[in-house]
Design a protein around this ligand. Structure first.
Ligand SMILES: [Zn+2]
Length: 167
């Protein structure tokens, strides 16, 4: 029996790189399909029991028989994110911290400052106190101005998503 509280996994087609990064930041498990072959994305969605996210109408039609599919009519990644959050009840809890690595979907953990000195710009090292690292691709993260921008966007989306839900 599926755990109702856990959000589903997703397979995003090659056109949805931005959406993929957003969803991972929120902690959703997303497989990004870079393949040009439609069947690969469908196969992966079936294999992972994942929801297929796509901008491609032909792919959505083809996939519909095999996997749960969401077809986006919009190119706007925030609108796409809103749609997914609303449809699957995703929460923007990741807005306060990093959930999963936007680049690869790996787990992000705090890392002691001393360990990042050689891996970030000196200015960043001086200004930031806290650092995080992806366990998989080793990317280093910190809460700089870019993070603050993302957090603001996510908060706006979160408010928007819950407003629409309650109508
Ligand atoms: Zn990573």
């Amino acid at each position: 029996m599926p755990n109702r509280k856990r959000s589903p996994a997703f397979v995003a087609d090659a056109m949805l790189g931005k959406l993929t990064r957003w969803l991972r930041l929120l902690g959703a498990k997303v497989f990004f399909s870079e393949s040009k072959n439609d069947d690969d994305a469908i196969k992966q969605a079936v294999k992972e029991k994942a929801v297929l996210l796509t901008r491609n109408e032909a792919l959505a039609q083809k996939a519909g028989d095999y996997a749960k599919t969401v077809l986006f009519k919009t190119n706007d990644s925030f609108e796409q994110l809103r749609i997914v959050m609303r449809k699957f009840g995703l929460k923007a809890n990741g807005a306060q911290s990093f959930a999963l690595c936007p680049k690869c979907g790996g787990k992000i953990k705090r890392i002691v400052k001393a360990k990042v000195e050689s891996r970030v710009f000196p200015r960043v090292f001086e200004q930031q106190r806290l650092f995080w690292a992806c366990g998989k691709c080793k990317q280093i993260y910190w809460k700089g101005s870019h993070f603050k921008k993302i957090t603001k966007k996510l908060e706006a989306i979160k408010r928007n998503a819950s407003n629409r839900k309650t109508k």
